[in-house]
Design a protein around this ligand. Structure first.
Ligand SMILES: NC(=O)c1ccc[n+]([C@@H]2O[C@H](COP(=O)([O-])OP(=O)(O)OC[C@H]3O[C@@H](n4cnc5c(N)ncnc54)[C@H](OP(=O)(O)O)[C@@H]3O)[C@@H](O)[C@H]2O)c1
Length: 288
């Protein structure tokens, strides 16, 4: 009996440290994976360009996605593609300019989707490119209502939950146009300067709640952006990207991925990301 007990003690003495060692290893790898696996990101303007590329990048990281935009068919197609990456995807079709639509869509999320960890305020556009005295006030309204008021409506709907949970991350897509003003860029530049100011304001107001706020300011990225800016004129839009190597949407998505995969104590405040061939908003090294 005594011999058996001693043997058992020796056995436990051998097993326990190893047992704890293996448990420790399993938990370490689990907690690293779960750090991103259980997260939910909401991306506005996911139907094209930077927003769409970001959806794929975050899905590859195991982040579940609420994808939004006005074009429902594209949202549904995107949902199907993203789900092949083994994440859960919730499409929500609304116009960010419509405050009631934003409140309706984001205020009625299924319970399991309500704890949004990451908000990517990406939906935005430039409309027209005229001197101010020749500007079209419809274009001005579209830009101000989308880039400034839309971003505010979405942020207002999402941040109370982040504040209550005392965690969250907001990434605003600004622009080099929010750092400089260029000829005929007047109102678009004003809206992106507003995004710059709002990003700083959010960072200050959300500081006590541990919420991280980042702005990413791209230079020229070839997306549907110029097609939208020039009201569907594909020839004029194509010329914007001629003679130099522009950024592609995935370049910015990779920056967003970098920002969201920093450890919780690290915040990237501001990132300006340009093509190598672009020095300022208007100065390009072009080869014909
Ligand atoms: N491309 C560039 O060179 C560049 C440079 C600097 C900054 N940016 C900024 O990057 C962001 C993304 O632009 P992008 O280049 O990816 O352009 P994009 O390809 O035209 O994509 C814009 C996205 O915004 C959505 N959107 C536009 N208006 C909306 C509205 N009223 N309500 C809801 N969604 C709306 C569009 O979706 P729906 O049409 O389906 O609604 C689309 O998914 C914008 O904020 C833009 O200002 C772009």
């Amino acid at each position: 009996m005594l011999f058996a007990s001693v043997k058992l003690l020796f056995f436990l003495d051998y097993l326990l440290p190893n047992h704890y060692f293996w448990l420790f290893l399993i938990n370490q790898s689990k907690s690293k994976k779960e750090f991103v696996m259980s997260k939910i990101a909401l991306i506005t303007g996911a139907t094209a360009g930077i927003g769409e590329a970001t959806a794929f990048k975050l899905a590859e990281e195991g982040i579940n996605l609420i994808i939004t935009g006005r074009r429902e068919a594209r949202l549904l197609q995107l949902k199907n593609k993203l789900e092949q990456l083994n994440v859960r995807v919730l499409p929500r079709c609304f116009d960010v300019r419509d405050e009631q639509a934003v409140k309706g869509a984001l205020g009625s999320l299924p319970e399991e989707w309500q704890e949004i960890d990451i908000l990517v305020n990406n939906a935005g556009l430039a409309a027209g490119m005229n001197a101010l005295h020749e500007g079209d006030s419809d274009d001005w309204d579209r830009m101000i209502d989308t880039n400034v008021k839309g971003l505010l409506y979405v942020t207002r709907a999402v941040t109370p939950g982040m504040v209550a949970r005392r965690r969250g991350q907001i990434i605003n897509i600004g622009s080099i146009a929010g750092k400089e003003v260029y000829p005929n860029g007047n109102v678009y530049c004003a809206t992106k300067h507003a995004v710059d100011a709002l990003t700083k304001g959010m960072r200050i107001d959300l500081l006590p709640y541990g919420i991280r706020v980042t702005q990413i300011c791209p230079g020229a990225v070839e997306t549907e952006f110029s097609l939208v800016r020039f009201h569907g004129d594909a020839v004029r839009a194509g010329k914007v990207y001629e003679g130099f190597e522009n950024l592609v949407a995935n370049d910015i998505a990779e920056c967003i991925h970098f920002v969201v995969t920093r450890p919780p104590h690290v915040n990237i405040n501001d990132m300006v990301v340009m093509p190598t061939a672009q020095a300022t908003a208007t100065l390009f090294h072009k080869v014909s």
